[in-house]
Design a protein around this ligand. Structure first.
Ligand SMILES: Nc1ncnc2c1ncn2[C@@H]1O[C@H](COP(=O)(O)OP(=O)(O)OP(=O)(O)O)[C@@H](O)[C@H]1O
Ligand SMILES: O=C(O)c1ccc[n+]([C@@H]2O[C@H](COP(=O)([O-])O)[C@@H](O)[C@H]2O)c1
Length: 208
């Protein structure tokens, strides 16, 4: 892992540095956790807050598990890391989830912090389709991370608004984890142990 040029963020020097890892987390897996951990180290973040989506509008064609199940799995997965926390803001706001709202709310709650939004290569490539895309970059610095099977590029995105970083390649997706559970295949070591237990306890993904 090399040393990165560390942007001062959208505010200035001397502020707290708060990473934001948004996702549907259905379920959360080690690809998410490694991405957040790597970016936290490379960009000297004080904390990374995981923000499970309420209703992910670009996944509305898919069945998404209940927000409370996704929230609890995210809490279980992050609980042992003192640098990680979980926010309910997107779940409690209700309605479709837009990152513009996430970032505005996090700014209100963390006036002393610069925000660094962490996103995989697949999500980054879609960012111009997000609500109020042009304003997003004034609220946070975006950090795109490598993901197997996806090209990582900042083409078309504002210069200086995005950093691209390579993280250890983990070819894990929530889609594959759900399919494995549905087929009776193991998800041990793809997701944290407590998440395996929670999926089993709540009988998630069985009928898919
Ligand atoms: N293996 C991975 N490596 C790097 N980034 C990842 C990885 N998996 C997901 N991400 C990133 O984490 C964020 C949240 O992803 P999400 O919760 O949609 O997981 P997913 O595995 O892509 O889910 P699904 O398969 O259901 O679409 C996105 O920015 C996504 O690009
Ligand atoms: O703001 C939007 O319009 C928007 C559209 C699609 C995805 N996002 C955000 O991108 C993050 C990853 O989303 P997903 O659906 O890949 O889990 C999560 O924080 C979403 O809220 C945001």
């Amino acid at each position: 892992m090399g040393e990165q040029e560390v942007p001062t963020g959208t505010g200035g020097r001397g502020k707290r540095r708060l990473g934001v890892m948004g996702g549907t987390f259905d379920p959360i897996h080690h690809g998410h956790l490694v991405a957040a951990s790597e970016v936290a180290a490379l960009f000297h973040l004080d904390e990374v807050v995981f923000v499970p989506t309420g209703q992910p509008w670009q996944k509305s064609h898919k069945a998404v598990s209940a927000p409370e199940d996704r929230y609890l799995m995210t809490v279980i997965a992050t609980a042992s890391n003192p640098q990680f926390s979980v926010s309910r803001i997107d779940i409690d706001r209700g309605g479709a989830t837009y990152t513009i709202d996430t970032l505005r709310d996090l700014h209100s709650l963390n006036g002393d912090s610069d925000l660094f939004f962490i996103t995989g290569a697949d999500a980054l490539s879609q960012i111009l389709t997000w609500r109020d895309a042009e304003e997003l970059f004034s609220l946070a610095h975006f950090i795109g991370v490598t993901r197997p099977g996806h090209d990582l590029t900042d083409d078309g995105l504002p210069k200086g608004g995005v950093s691209l970083v390579e993280v250890p390649a983990l070819a894990i997706s929530s889609t594959d984890c759900r399919a494995r559970v549905a087929q009776g295949d193991p998800v041990w070591y793809l997701v944290p142990d407590g998440v395996v237990r929670y999926i089993d306890k709540r009988q998630l993904y069985r009928g898919q």
